[in-house]
Ligand binder design. Structure first.
Ligand SMILES: [Zn+2]
Length: 316
């Protein structure tokens, strides 16, 4: 292979920031690595996405303990990806909450995703042996759920499909803070290997309609200010739309996947090439866009083997 597989060559540790956003909301971010959200209420704490391993999650717990001694009662999974959910056991939370669609995806493909993600991005799975197994939500919902941390209301909303079938955002109506999961990235490349690209922009419009004052994206720095939140949402929409349009136009003129991959990278690189994990994401992103443009409605399951075969085919 000409290029190291996925992010196997990405070994440099990132600087972690734990930023207060108001209304009890905090963003645990790390220069484009997967983010975790924390909401501190009067009587309990909620964690949104866990980090990839229990050992990595300990750092989230330590930083939270710097601002509250309330118990962590809720862990919310914005979607099923291993890098976001497999640290859950560290929090000892009695309630692990996700959409029913996310739980279904864990049952259907959680194990394959676990094996595949560990090999794609070993740095993000520090102390991988501390993972006790898949994370199973014990509370699920469809559409909408409200959780009260004392007087702090958290709305868990499924506003449509995009990054995955089960995407959930968390919205704090009083402080107007939005935790978007990987539906929105900021300065990081959206991963679309398990996405519904055609539906994603409409979902983003519903996020934008909330008019967030602050936004914690799936990757990238926390965003503060209405205009900047809309900019983050818009940048994500542009990436998703331009990716799908490029792949569709290649298919229309009869190009094969590898040609379409090369063309699409060339088209998107000037605008998005500086975003984190661009080179990691593009092979997966174009592969899924190619499938979707060809009428494959649900994303095919990635396995460690399929990952390598695809990479070899596109990057050799
Ligand atoms: Zn994800």
């Amino acid at each position: 292979m000409d290029k190291a597989f996925a992010s196997q060559a990405d070994l440099e540790e990132k600087r972690i920031t734990f930023a207060e956003l108001g209304g009890g909301a905090y963003a645990y971010t790390a220069e484009g690595d997967p983010n975790t959200g924390v909401v501190v209420g009067d009587d309990s704490v909620m964690v949104l996405d866990t980090q990839a391993t229990p050992i990595m999650a300990r750092d989230v717990i330590e930083r939270s303990r710097g601002v509250t001694q309330q118990p962590i009662r809720y862990v919310v999974l914005t979607h099923y990806h291993a890098v976001r959910v497999l640290g859950a056991s560290a929090y000892g939370a009695p309630n692990i909450v996700a959409s029913q669609d996310t739980r279904d995806l864990i049952a259907e493909r959680g194990q394959q995703d676990y094996s595949s993600e560990v090999e794609r991005f070993p740095r993000l799975f520090r102390a991988v042996e501390s993972i006790p197994g898949l994370t199973w939500p014990n509370i699920t919902f469809r559409g909408e759920m409200r959780i009260w941390l004392g007087r702090t209301e958290v709305q868990l909303l499924q506003l449509g499909r995009g990054h995955t079938k089960g995407d959930t955002v968390a919205w704090l109506p009083e402080s107007q803070v939005l935790f978007s999961g990987d539906l929105v990235e900021f300065g990081a490349t959206p991963y679309t290997g398990d996405a519904y690209l055609e539906e994603w922009p409409a979902t983003l419009e519903r996020l934008a309609a909330l008019k967030p004052r602050a936004l914690v994206p799936g990757r990238g720095d926390a965003v503060v200010g209405r205009d900047r939140c809309l900019l983050a949402i818009e940048q994500t929409r542009e990436f998703v739309s331009e990716l799908l349009a490029s792949v569709r136009s290649g298919r229309t003129v009869g190009r094969d996947l590898k040609e379409i991959y090369r063309e699409t990278c060339e088209r998107l690189r000037p605008k998005f090439g500086s975003f984190a994990i661009f080179d990691h994401c593009m092979p997966f992103d174009v592969s899924r866009a190619y499938d979707e443009a060809g009428g494959i409605r649900d994303p095919r399951i990635w396995t460690a083997e399929r990952d390598k075969e695809m990479w070899q085919a596109l990057e050799s």
